[in-house]
Ligand binder design. Structure first.
Ligand SMILES: Nc1nc2c(ncn2[C@@H]2O[C@H](COP(=O)(O)OP(=O)(O)O)[C@@H](O)[C@H]2O)c(=O)[nH]1
Ligand SMILES: [Mg+2]
Ligand SMILES: [Zn+2]
Length: 302
């Protein structure tokens, strides 16, 4: 019997598929591996039911979006979690993450956790930079401060948490789910890939209408690569650079001190944050290097 469902968890080659009335542990059909397709948490699938608890993933329905890191599909919004400190914010990792989401057309919320640790009311200035660019919310998973604001921003969407290890993703999800067992649950899961490199991603239903997805175990977010932009321009994925770039003298301005560049003028005027511009320049260099490598490879096979 075939039925539709959603992959809510993937562990060691097993996919847990939730259908209208049950949860099935499924293997994927061999054909996926042959075609290089990996089912992802968040996928809508058709499964063949074998018995009351087991089935086989037969077909993956078309995806709205899909990501390699974190490995999730059909996400409405990303919660990019940054800690006020421990670990200190890394703007470049955050910017790479936000560009990945922008390139896929997925909304982002920037969540500053561990406000209980911050010195002064607004931290080190990182929060202010992102507050002008994305819906931003300061929270403390420890004290509960800001959790209602985070819930309000998520609404009834399917949200995936992302961010480097230790920022408090699992602690925030425990808060949102009114649970306290997630961290242990996640860490002790056997994956066959070593204790600290779990690939376990899981979607949880909340009592406020949202579905939230924990994505543990990344030391850095490496999702974006220059090639992801394809023919599109990197500046379109930095909202403020795209905005000021409208005023540049040349349509193909790279915003690296070309004559009449409105972006570098805005940078000099303090309207664009230096850290954001630094991320843009580094990623632009990668995109251009990747593109020329790509062109060379293509040329050599002709
Ligand atoms: N002081 C403080 N510590 C927190 C907060 N949120 C998480 N932590 C701690 O930070 C560490 C990492 O949290 P965890 O949720 O496992 O982070 P994850 O790797 O992003 O899932 C744990 O020791 C938590 O107790 C917070 O809001 N304030
Ligand atoms: Mg975690
Ligand atoms: Zn320019």
């Amino acid at each position: 019997m075939l039925t539709r469902g959603t992959i809510i968890k993937g562990i060691a080659g097993f996919y847990y598929v939730k259908t209208a009335d049950a949860l099935y542990m499924c293997r994927a059909r061999g054909i996926f591996k042959k075609e290089g397709v990996t089912p992802l948490v968040g996928d809508e699938v058709v499964i063949g039911i074998q018995d009351a608890e087991e089935g086989v993933v037969d077909e993956i329905l078309p995806r709205r979006n899909a990501f390699i890191r974190p490995p999730v599909a059909n996400i409405d919004v990303f919660i990019a979690v940054v800690a006020t400190k421990d670990p200190a914010p890394n703007p470049e990792i955050l910017d790479r993450f936000l560009v990945t989401a922008e390139a896929a057309g997925v909304a982002s919320i920037v969540c500053f956790n561990k406000t209980d640790l911050r010195d002064g009311a607004v931290g080190d200035g990182t929060e202010a930079i992102y507050a002008s660019l994305y819906p931003t919310v300061p929270v403390s998973a420890k004290t509960g401060e800001g959790i209602d604001g985070l819930k309000a921003l998520i609404g009834d969407r399917r949200a995936a948490f992302a961010g480097v290890s230790g920022v408090g993703k699992s602690s925030l999800i425990n808060r949102l789910l009114l649970r306290d067992d997630l961290i242990t649950g996640t860490v002790s899961e056997r994956t066959g890939r070593g204790r600290h490199t779990t690939r376990h991603v899981e979607i949880f239903d909340t009592d406020f209408g949202a579905a939230i997805c924990d994505t543990p175990g990344y030391s850095a977010f490496e999702g974006w690569s220059g090639r992801d932009t394809g023919d599109e321009r990197l500046d379109a994925f930095f909202p403020e650079i795209g905005f000021y770039g409208e005023g540049c003298r040349f349509d193909d301005c790279r915003h690296t001190r070309e004559p009449g560049c409105a972006v570098t003028a805005a940078l000099d005027a303090g309207l664009i944050a230096a850290s954001r511009y630094a991320s843009y320049v580094r990623m632009l260099a990668e995109a251009e290097r990747n593109t020329s490598e790509y062109r060379m490879k293509k040329g050599s096979t002709r």
